[in-house]
Design a protein around this ligand. Sequence first.
Ligand code: Q46
Ligand code: ZN
Length: 336
Amino acid sequence: MKCRKCGGRAVLELRRHNTAFCGPDFVDFFRHHVLETVRRWRMFTRDEAILVAVSGGKDSLALWDVLHEAGYATTGLYIDLGIFEYSHASKARCEAFAGERGLPLRVVSVSDEVGAPIPAVRDATRRPTCSACGLSKRYIMNRAALEGGFSVVATGHNLDDEAATLFGSTLRWDESALARQTPVLAATHAKLARRVKPLFRMSERETAAYAFIRGIDYIVEECPFARGATSITHKEVLNRLEDVSPGSKAMFLQGFLDKARGLFQEREAVRLLECVRCGQTTTGEVCAFCKLRDQVKRAVRPGAGAAATELPDAPDPAAARGLISDLFAASEIHAP
Ligand code: Q46
Ligand code: ZN
C-alpha cells in the first residue's frame, strides 16, 4: 500500500476517503482537516485565547496538539472527577503533555466544586453517574472559561462521538438534544462561552492514529463508568455500518447538520435567566448544578469520599486495551 501523496510506504489506509498515507503525510492530512473545520465553521479566530478541555485521552490531547502546533494561543483545562486510579492517571498525562510543551494547564476538582468526587456524587444523588458528571463538567467548563477571560472552549468530541449521540437522540426523537447537536454551540448569553468541537469530522481511529504517530502519551483505559453505557452500543452499531459501507457515519452526521438541524433549532428557543445562587445561566430560578451541589451537601457526611463508594465492574480487559492496540493487532497501523 502506497502513500497517496509521496508514493512511500503507507502506514494507514482510510477507506472512507479511498486513500492511504505515510506517517508524516497523514499528520498533514489530519491537521489540514481540523484547521479547515475550524475555518469553515468559524469556530474561533487567531486573536482569541482558547480553553481546551482535556481529559488525558487521545482525542482532547490530539486536539490540543493540533491547535498548539498551528500557533493558536491555548490553555488546557483538566477537570479532576475524582474517579479512582483513572483520574490520577489521566491527570498525570495532561500535566506531562502541558509540561513538555510549556503550555498552561488549569486544574479544577469536582470535589471542591460539588462537594464530593463523582463516585460519591452518584451515591449521594442516585442519579446516573454520567448525567451528574456531564452536568458538572459543562458547568465547570463554562465557569472556568468566563473566569479566565476565554470566549471559547474547545472539546475533543470526534466523529464517532457525535454520530453516536445523534443516533441516540434520533432513536428517542429527543428534540431538544437534536436542536443542541452542533459543532459550534454559540454563546447565546453574556454568561456563556462558545463551545466548539474541531474534531467532529475526524473518526476515532484517525485521532488514535494521529496521537500515536505524534508520540502523544495518552490514557488508553476508558473511564470505569463508561462500561455498559448505551452510547457504546450505539458506537458498535455504527461501526458495523461503517465496515460494510465506509463513510456512513460522516454521511449520517453531515446530512443531519446540513438538512435537519435547523428545523429542530427553530422550535427550541429558550429564555435564559441567571441562577439566583451562582449567577450562571439557567431556565429556572436555581440552576441544575446548584441543585446537585445541595443534594450532595445533604447526603455526604464530612470525611466521606470516593473510598466509601464502590467501583463499577472492572472494565473488560479486551475493551480496555484501547483502539490503538486493536489497530496494531489488525496490522492497520505501523510505526512510521
Ligand atoms: S461522563 Fe460518565 Fe464520561 Fe463522566 S462518568 Fe466517566 S463515562 S467521564 S465522558
Ligand atoms: Zn447556580
